[in-house]
Design a protein around this ligand. Structure first.
Ligand code: GLY
Length: 370
């Protein structure tokens, strides 16, 4: 097993130097990915896309790290563009959490801006409105035949509901989040600690109907990013509720994940994928590392294994999967959106977000936005 030990100061320096240039170049965009090294822009073409909070999130991380107001201005620019989602309404989905936690809620946390608070509370209400009491789950997407669909990724969106209860003193949001987390723990997590990506519930009469492979290799497989969302998501639920079930579930998924990590510490797109083609997902590594660092913080001495593993995965990414050339817009390479997606192993914006979050966590002066 190769033991990568990240040089955190060097990583922070490289990130801040590169992002100083990239942020100036992409200041009017909301990027999803790079194409030939250049950020694309979804602000006109797909304002409802679920990753649209990560660009402002990156800017808030940089603002917190450097104190430079230019990053706050770029983040606010994107936050305001997201208002179109509220106006158009029909495109909003459960990833309201990802979109507004890292934009408006981050703005409010860092600056106290009242407009930002209003936006984040509005988003929390829209997310809470997706709860179905018949099956105790939050509906993932819109459409005519998916009223019973829920996905593991939603564990991250719950953070917006916890924040809304903490901010308003109204327990409704937290209660909805707990119902969804309970259902996820019982219906998504398998006995060995691996997790399903999509579960279909009976949206009228409750009960699980079936699982789907979703963005993973196949039904019954272990899409690594889903495992990573589970580790981080249940840790977040534990942090906000202190409900033991969530801590135990996070550990169970993390232990399974650790048992599957290859010797080079680079994470495949699915732990059950065939040997060829060998697809990597650097996103899964970065997200799982962030989740494991938070888990280790919760567990003190008992959490040493999770911290060591996080360092190993981030170290491998920093050494082998990062592009530090200032002329290109992306940093983290070999991110796979979905196992069967046509475009594999590309740079995707939330890879850069979680890489930065992880490095700033290791530095120890991070801000917790979840
Ligand atoms: N939330 C969808 C994904 O992880 O790609």
């Amino acid at each position: 097993m190769e033991n990568y030990n990240p040089d955190v100061d060097a990583a922070v320096r490289r990130i801040t130097e590169k992002m100083d240039c990239v942020s100036d170049r992409s200041k009017d965009k909301i990027p999803y990915r790079t194409i030939d090294g250049v950020h694309n822009d979804l602000s006109e073409s797909d304002i409802n896309w679920w990753t649209n909070g990560f660009w402002p999130g990156i800017q808030w991380l940089l603002y917190h790290e450097t104190g430079d107001g230019k990053y706050a201005a770029i983040a606010r620019n994107a936050e305001k563009k997201l208002d179109r989602c509220f106006e158009e309404f029909y495109g909003i989905h459960h990833d309201a959490g990802f979109m507004w936690l890292l934009s408006a809620a981050a703005d409010y946390r860092l600056t106290g801006d009242r407009d930002a608070k209003r936006r984040a509370l509005h988003a929390a209400n829209l997310l809470a409105g997706r709860f179905n009491p018949a099956g105790n789950f939050i509906r993932a997407w819109n459409g005519t035949d998916n009223s019973g669909w829920a996905i593991i990724d939603c564990m991250m969106n719950l953070a917006l509901l916890y924040w809304a209860s903490e901010e308003t003193g109204d327990p409704r949001y937290r209660r909805i989040a707990e119902c969804h987390a309970d259902t996820t723990s019982s219906c998504f997590v398998r006995p060995d600690g691996s997790v399903r990506h999509i579960v279909i519930f009976d949206s009228e009469n409750s009960g699980m109907i079936e699982e789907l492979g979703g963005q993973g290799y196949a039904k019954g497989s272990s899409w690594t990013r889903g495992q990573a969302w589970g580790i981080y998501g249940f840790t977040i639920s534990w942090k906000h509720t202190r409900k033991k079930l969530y801590l135990e579930t996070a550990r169970k998924i993390a232990d399974y994940f650790i048992s599957q990590i290859p010797d080079d510490s680079l994470i495949p797109a699915d732990f059950c994928q065939p040997q060829l083609p060998h697809l990597e997902d650097s996103l899964a590594a970065a997200i799982a590392a962030c989740g494991m660092i938070e888990l280790s913080r919760e567990l003190g001495k008992e959490g040493a294994l999770y911290l060591d593993t996080a360092k190993r995965m981030l170290g491998a990414l920093l050494e082998k999967r990062c592009c530090w050339k200032k002329e290109t817009d992306g940093i983290l390479e070999r991110c796979t959106a979905a196992y069967h997606h046509q475009e594999k192993e590309i740079n995707i914006i939330y890879g850069d977000y979680f890489l930065m979050e992880g490095v700033f966590k290791l530095k120890g002066n991070d801000i917790f936005l979840w």
